[in-house]
Design a protein around this ligand. Structure first.
Ligand SMILES: [Zn+2]
Ligand SMILES: [Zn+2]
Length: 216
């Protein structure tokens, strides 16, 4: 990882600019990747707010991504007003929405494009085809040499910004978790601490909105 590859919105902006400089086109999972494609994938594990913030930055930069949202997350509720608003906002910004599914339930409804990414998958089913949907890790969409992931702030093969700028991948599936970049921190623990601080403020607001008496 070169100097300056921190997990921040500033560097995420550089990463997207690098892809543009390298001549990549922002592609989705509706067809198998072709030369020149960048499949920007976001698994939304923890925070709808972070997803929307990243989505706005991408729209500003002319980038398009696919956001994979959970229907059974312990961290957010897609059926809440905020969840419905998030779905609409992501689409308004030009992005696509797939299902971030928990094995074995591949229950895609009208809220999702027919594309799915398993949450924390085990190797046994990770790459198996799914009825009626594209599995982002299935053959044709996943290739270890054309895949980078920021999981837990750890790029297994390095931050790809230099290689993107140089056009060194013929195509790339890039998995980025929004929370990691939106909230500040030099380690996952610090980043999660920043997220929890932000959510504490939000929770106070939500308590007031739910008519909880906070005057005592
Ligand atoms: Zn970098
Ligand atoms: Zn996940």
């Amino acid at each position: 990882m070169s100097v300056g590859c921190e997990f921040s919105l500033a560097h995420y902006r550089e990463l997207v600019e690098a892809a543009k400089a390298g001549g990549y086109r922002f592609a989705d999972f509706e067809r198998a990747p072709q030369p020149g494609d960048l499949l920007l994938r976001h698994d939304v594990d923890l925070s709808l707010e972070a997803a929307v913030e990243l989505a706005r930055l991408e729209a500003e930069l002319g980038a398009r991504a696919t956001y994979f949202l959970m229907t059974e997350s312990v961290f957010y509720n897609l059926d809440s007003a905020l969840g419905r608003e998030t779905l609409a906002t992501l689409r308004d910004l030009g992005h696509r929405v797939g299902l971030h599914a928990v094995w074995p339930r591949a229950e895609l409804d009208a809220r999702f494009e027919p594309v799915l990414a398993w949450h924390n998958p085990d190797p046994e089913y990770m790459r198996a085809p799914v009825d009626g949907a594209v599995n982002v890790m299935q053959e044709g969409f996943f290739d270890p040499a054309r895949y980078r992931s920021d999981s837990n702030q750890h790029w297994r093969s390095g931050c790809p910004h230099d290689e993107l700028a140089a056009g060194r991948f013929d195509w790339l599936q890039l998995l980025v978790h929004p929370e990691i970049w939106v909230y500040d921190g030099a380690t996952m623990r610090e980043t999660m601490s920043s997220q929890l601080d932000a959510e504490r403020e939000l929770r106070w607001q939500q308590l007031a909105e739910n008519r909880i008496d906070l005057d005592g």
